[in-house]
Design a protein around this ligand. Structure first.
Ligand SMILES: [Zn+2]
Length: 484
């Protein structure tokens, strides 16, 4: 164990450093000379006499050196590692040596020997070439580092009076000199790692300790010195420069508008849709209602596009592709209803895409999806694709449901025929549309009374108005919601 400590000390004290050592005792410092023998460094005991009261006796006959300290007597034999502390035998790392009548003990033994002789703590501080007697000799006792958001401060506090001087070369080095100060190297607080203070170097000299603060001029904007308590406490504050952050791109808040509507008149061409008692076809009536709706919406400021504006056959897939490619905000498909057996059925209803909830919704769904039969097999989609599109469509389920509500309510205010309410069904035409979409069944073409009405321009206009106002309400509510 002893050897290990010894080696450690040797490691800390490479011999080239040993010109002089400083011995700090109470408020005095004394220079202690050293000699080197066989590679080991020895400190002159005679030099300690100026700092500590020691009397030397040399017993030539017995070849003994007797050192009388105030508290104890130490007896050494040259070239012998053993010594007597009063009457107790002790062993050093290296023997006591005498050169030209002067006494030396190894630096590695200095702490133990001086401590034995004086009953005080002795500290050998190799990096600073210092030997310090008595813990209270250290001053300042501590340096407290406080790293805050905008500054780093170092507060030095000492129990004994210290006189300080601060020199800032304004070029990255601030030198704090502490007169009458003895510092332990461990007093230096660890770096905060952010680079404002690159390092702190301590240099112990005979009558002063010098702390050099190397700071980054690019990161420190101001240094402040402050005497908290003259003679015993001082604070140095390095103010951090504001970090130059890349200017944040002020994104103009995106405004959402619901401006583009796709009107999808159902059926057309080879697909007549439902046919009324007098032969009136769904495809011709829904085109007329759609054109009327377009007129109103255009007047209201919407950009309106139609999936067809003549009697042409448009595949379901084409309709949805058109809607998506044009980047429309809403999709409204216009149809007229029909029943096979129950000729008396009548009224209007609005659907949004979802799984059909009732058998009636399923029947309407089947009727409107029947157009698939007009399409070539290659145009039919795989089940997997449908599931995928359903998922996407579900993103707008809430909006579609609201749009259906607004349209249904608005139509109810405009029409006297039966309000059949909002329903859910799974229409192919809406499956691939990634926007709020609804399908309006305006009236029953199979009902002779409603077929008669549908032939009238005024009735069709009322339907168109009902749908248009529903869209307007949806626009008003959703734009407010989206731009909040
Ligand atoms: Zn239809």
């Amino acid at each position: 164990m002893r050897i290990r400590i010894f080696l450690f000390l040797l490691f800390l004290c490479p011999s080239f450093l040993y010109t002089d050592f400083l011995f700090f005792n109470e408020k005095k410092s004394t220079t202690i000379s050293t000699v080197t023998k066989n590679g080991w460094v020895y400190a002159s005991l005679d030099d300690f006499k100026r700092a500590i009261k020691i009397s030397f006796l040399q017993d030539i006959t017995k070849k003994r050196f007797i050192l009388n300290f105030s508290e104890h007597t130490l007896t050494f034999i040259p070239e012998n590692p053993y010594y007597l502390l009063d009457n107790k035998g002790k062993k050093m790392n290296l023997p006591f040596i005498s050169i030209e009548g002067k006494s030396y003990i190894s630096l590695s033994d200095i702490e133990m020997v001086l401590s034995d002789a004086t009953d005080k703590d002795v500290f050998l501080i190799c990096p600073l070439n210092s030997i310090v007697m008595d813990r209270s000799t250290f001053n300042p006792d501590s340096i407290i580092l406080k790293d805050e958001k905008d500054k780093i401060s170092f507060t030095l506090t000492s129990e004994t009076e210290i006189i300080t001087s601060i020199v800032d070369d304004k070029n990255g080095e601030l030198e704090l000199t502490l007169f009458n100060a003895v510092c332990k190297p461990t007093i230096i607080p660890p770096s905060n790692g952010k680079g404002e203070i690159k390092k702190i170097v301590l240099n112990q000299e005979q009558n002063k300790a010098v702390l050099s603060f190397f700071y980054d001029v690019n990161k420190v904007r101001k240094i402040e010195k402050e005497l908290i308590s003259p003679g015993s406490s001082i604070r140095i504050t390095f103010y951090k420069k504001e970090e130059v952050k890349p200017p944040k791109e002020e994104k103009p808040k995106k405004q959402y508008f619901i401006n583009k509507v796709i009107i999808d008149p159902g059926h057309g061409g080879k697909d007549p849709g439902a046919v009324g008692p007098t032969g009136l076809t769904e495809k011709e009536i829904v085109l007329k209602i759609s054109k009327e709706l377009k007129k109103i919406l255009t007047r209201e400021g919407f950009t309106v596009l139609m999936t067809r504006d003549d009697d042409s056959f448009v595949r379901l897939r084409q309709r949805s592709t058109m809607a998506n490619n044009l980047g429309a905000d809403l999709f409204v498909s216009i149809h007229c209803n029909a029943t096979g057996g129950r000729k008396e059925a009548g009224g209007f209803e609005t659907f949004f895409l979802s799984t059909a909830k009732t058998s009636w919704a399923r029947a309407v769904e089947a009727k409107e999806n029947a157009v698939i039969e007009f399409e070539t097999p290659s145009e039919k989609k795989s089940l997997l694709e449908f599931i995928f599109y359903d998922l996407l469509q579900n993103l707008h389920l809430r909006e579609s449901s609201d749009l259906a509500d607004f349209i249904q309510e608005s139509m109810a205010r405009n029409l006297t025929i039966e309000d059949r309410g909002v329903k859910q069904a799974n229409f192919h035409v809406m499956r691939e549309i990634y926007m709020p979409s609804v399908l309006v069944e305006a009236a029953f073409i199979s009902n002779s009374e409603e077929e008669k009405q549908l032939k009238k321009q005024s009735f069709r206009k009322k339907i168109a108005q009902g749908i248009a106002y529903g869209i307007l309400e949806f626009k008003k509510v959703y734009e407010k919601k989206l731009n909040k």
